[in-house]
Design a protein around this ligand. Structure first.
Ligand code: ADP
Ligand code: MG
Length: 143
């Protein structure tokens, strides 16, 4: 388990860029944290490090965004998902292949259908200072 604090969106981008250098095709990241914690910000930094210059947004009506970079990036936001059955309905499993990197916001909503090699990224925001505390650990590793 790694714990890292960031004090600005730029620092969060730098943390994400470091991870983008380490991860290989097939990696699946599960991002956890309240609204506004910085999940999308982290994925934006990750995307930039993959050479993606399209803006990463959280679209209102689609759950999945696909971007071409050094590796393909699949950005999935399950905020509006009702539960694991709907996750199966949208064919989420298709994205857990070896061809790209998948980043899932609100991944706990698809619990039970996520792959074994998940990399969890938990973000906690300190509302007073703006500091974000990231806890990064592998599925099965003691959190
Ligand atoms: N250290 C930090 N890391 C990430 N975002 C931060 C940080 N400090 C402030 N912010 C702000 O917090 C917000 C995070 O929003 P966002 O990434 O969309 O959250 P989420 O996707 O978790 O709902 C942004 O407005 C960002 O500028
Ligand atoms: Mg978001």
């Amino acid at each position: 388990m790694r714990t890292v604090e960031t004090n600005s969106p730029e620092e969060t981008w730098a943390l994400a860029a470091g991870l983008a250098d380490e991860l290989e095709a097939g990696a699946v990241m599960a991002l956890h944290g309240d609204l506004g914690a910085g999940k999308t910000c982290f994925i934006q930094g990750f995307a930039a490090a993959l050479g993606i210059d399209e803006p990463i947004t959280s679209p209102t009506y689609t759950l999945i965004g696909e971007y071409e970079g050094r590796l393909p990036l699949h950005h999935i936001d399950l905020y509006r998902l009702s539960g694991p059955e709907e996750a199966l309905g949208i064919g989420l499993e298709e994205y857990f292949d070896a061809s790209g990197i998948t980043a899932i916001e609100w991944a706990e909503r698809a619990e039970g259908i996520l792959p074994d090699n998940l990399l969890h990224i938990e973000i906690r925001a300190d509302q007073k200072t703006g500091t974000r505390t990231f806890r990064i650990y592998r599925e099965g590793e003691n959190a």
